[in-house]
Design a protein around this ligand. Structure first.
Ligand SMILES: [Zn+2]
Ligand SMILES: [Zn+2]
Length: 235
């Protein structure tokens, strides 16, 4: 399937970037990277259309969890993300949030994809009767070094606090939400803007869907991403 092939490519390109650019030429603390492993699975019910359109779900709740000793996104930042999203996606009954499980103990320092899926299955509060984004802030590392966030299918997002200063929380959450909306290239591109070297990311370094985020002010979708979302919304 298309996305499964896409992941294989992502893994290769990230390995290349990490091996030659991030680890060798830049301090590790400046590396913010994203693994957009949006693999389809059989029971996946949330699609980009679920998030963008209102003919399925009319509201969205963002559920925030965190592991022991890790601060999740601050509420003011989260509200700003909600305000921005409420102007972009069609949720007539609104976007809200809930801080749910804080102080989760995982017993792990390195996470594989399967570990993340187990955590989401255990701690996510909402089933498919409601539309949610499940966001878990973790300590430790994804099994690739320097990964800031991982977006998996079915609306689950994992953010590695050691690679994400709180000043970038809005950026990273918006970026991972963008992957759940099918950016870049999972939903049709009105004009091609996918970065040829970083699949599912924007070639515009001023867009929050750029593959690497370092500027706290860069938390918005650019015009081309907005056009892609608007086309799905109007379809
Ligand atoms: Zn990404
Ligand atoms: Zn963009």
């Amino acid at each position: 399937m298309r996305l499964r092939n896409g992941l294989a490519t992502i893994v290769l390109s990230l390995s290349t970037v990490l091996g030659c650019e991030f680890l060798e030429s830049k301090p590790q603390s400046q590396c913010f990277n994203c693994d957009d492993a949006q693999l389809p699975k059989k029971n996946n019910k949330y699609s980009p259309e679920s998030y963008i359109r209102s003919d399925g779900y009319k509201s969205l709740i963002i559920e925030i969890d965190s592991v022991e000793g890790v601060n999740p996104i601050k509420e003011d930042d989260l509200k700003l993300v909600e305000q921005v999203l409420s102007r972009i996606i069609d949720k007539p009954k609104g976007i809200s949030h809930k801080y749910s499980d804080v102080g989760i103990h995982t017993g792990k320092k390195v996470y594989q994809r399967a570990d993340l899926e187990v955590l989401a299955a255990k701690y996510r509060s909402y089933d498919h009767d409601k539309l949610s984004l499940y966001v878990l802030y973790l300590s430790g590392e994804y099994y690739f070094n320097n990964i800031a966030g991982v977006a998996l299918d079915d609306g689950t997002i994992f953010i590695f606090r050691e690679n994400v200063p709180e000043s970038l929380d809005k950026c990273i959450l918006m970026h991972e939400a963008g992957h759940q909306f099918g950016l870049v290239g999972t939903i049709p591109q009105q004009r091609v803007h996918e970065d040829a070297n970083h699949h599912q990311h924007d070639s515009n370094d001023l867009c929050v869907m750029f593959y690497k985020l370092t500027n706290p002010l860069n938390y918005l979708f650019d015009r081309q991403c907005l056009e892609d979302i608007a086309a799905v919304r109007k379809r």
